[in-house]
Design a protein around this ligand. Structure first.
Ligand code: SF4
Ligand code: MG
Length: 327
């Protein structure tokens, strides 16, 4: 495994109490593999990624348990400086909003070039040539001329390509993309997602794709982990989950995807809201919203059961996963 997160716990201390944002997450991704992490906002998907990237090590966020193994080494046990070295060279992150992630007063060429000057000790001239090469690699038209332009001079889709170019610059082993296409319109979304998937294959990277939208990951993910209230509630190879979900929450998410043949019809949306992370419901955290909930769900927290289907490696944190798959 390239990356393996084991039993991760993260808390946030606030004036009103402790918010339990991540409550025992296990997941992993191999080189050349894409893991989609799916959930509503507040499910812990971004916080887990931030813990991996090491951008959460400061208050009020606190990692209170678990391991983050990268190429077999627990990042949480390394000295700060060593950790930063691994993360700087081997991992990169892509965010939803390129405009606020890029420096507005530097040309994109200078920003891309900076990576090679700082990390590879290249001359400005060579770094500029590398910047053009990367912009061509992510298919920005007229890269040679546009290298002097500033972020605000690019469209949203083109800016997201520049973010991808920045992430790829040092050829990391792992990329984490947090809602990389959410701010874009649908056709541009698909183009950017396809580009990301293509580069991921070409560079044989591990890719963790964080999204709230099951629709955008169907074609690019190998596996899906669905999160709710800081836990993984279902994890499976992508095709299995679309065929037959093994958790009522996943089922609800699937039924919320707009379909062409249902135009004009109201979409099924999961009723209610995700829980307050300072007061996570006892038993199954999803029980107040679950159409299949029984008494046991209000008292007993479901473990991540192994689901015995044709595919191995399928798990569901629902006491009634069998009924869910049959219903
Ligand atoms: Fe619903 Fe119970 Fe399954 Fe939780 S354990 S998802 S409440 S049926
Ligand atoms: Mg988020």
């Amino acid at each position: 495994m390239l990356l393996e997160v084991r039993g991760l716990h993260v808390e946030f201390r606030t004036r009103d109490g402790v918010a339990k944002a991540v409550n025992g997450v296990d997941y992993g991704v191999d080189a050349g593999e894409t893991l989609a992490v799916l959930g509503e906002s507040g499910s812990g998907k971004s916080v887990t990624a931030q813990a991996v990237m090491g951008i959460l090590d400061m208050p009020p966020g606190r990692i209170t348990g678990g391991e983050i193994l990268f190429q077999g080494q627990d990042l949480l046990k390394l000295k700060e400086e060593e950790r930063r070295k691994v993360r700087g060279a081997q991992m990169a992150m892509i965010f939803q909003d390129a405009l606020s992630s890029l420096n507005p007063v530097l040309s994109v060429g200078d920003q891309l070039g900076e990576m090679f000057v700082v990390h590879r000790g290249m001359s400005r001239k060579d770094a500029r040539a590398k910047a053009v090469e990367l912009m061509e690699r992510v298919r920005i038209p007229a890269a040679r001329e546009r290298v002097k332009d500033y972020p605000h001079q690019f469209s949203g889709g083109m800016r997201q390509r520049i973010m991808i170019a920045m992430a790829l610059a040092l050829e990391p082993a792992l990329i984490i993309a947090d809602e990389p296409t959410t701010a874009l319109d649908v056709t541009v979304q698909a183009q950017v997602m396809d580009l990301l998937a293509e580069l991921q294959r070409e560079y044989n990277m591990g890719l963790i794709l964080i999204t709230h939208d099951l629709g955008v990951v169907a074609d690019v993910a190998d596996r899906i982990a669905v999160m709710y209230a800081g836990r993984i509630v279902e994890s499976a190879p992508v095709h299995d989950i679309y065929k037959v979900p093994a958790h009522p929450y996943t089922k609800g998410l699937l039924e919320s995807i707009p379909r062409l043949d249902q135009k004009g019809q109201e979409l099924y949306a999961i009723k209610g809201l995700p829980p307050n992370l300072m007061h996570i419901p006892p038993g199954c955290a999803f029980h107040p919203r679950c159409p299949m909930a029984q008494d046991v769900c209000r008292t007993d927290e479901p473990p991540l059961y192994e689901v015995n289907g044709e595919e191995p490696d399928r798990r569901s944190a629902c006491h009634f996963w069998r009924e869910c798959m049959n219903g």
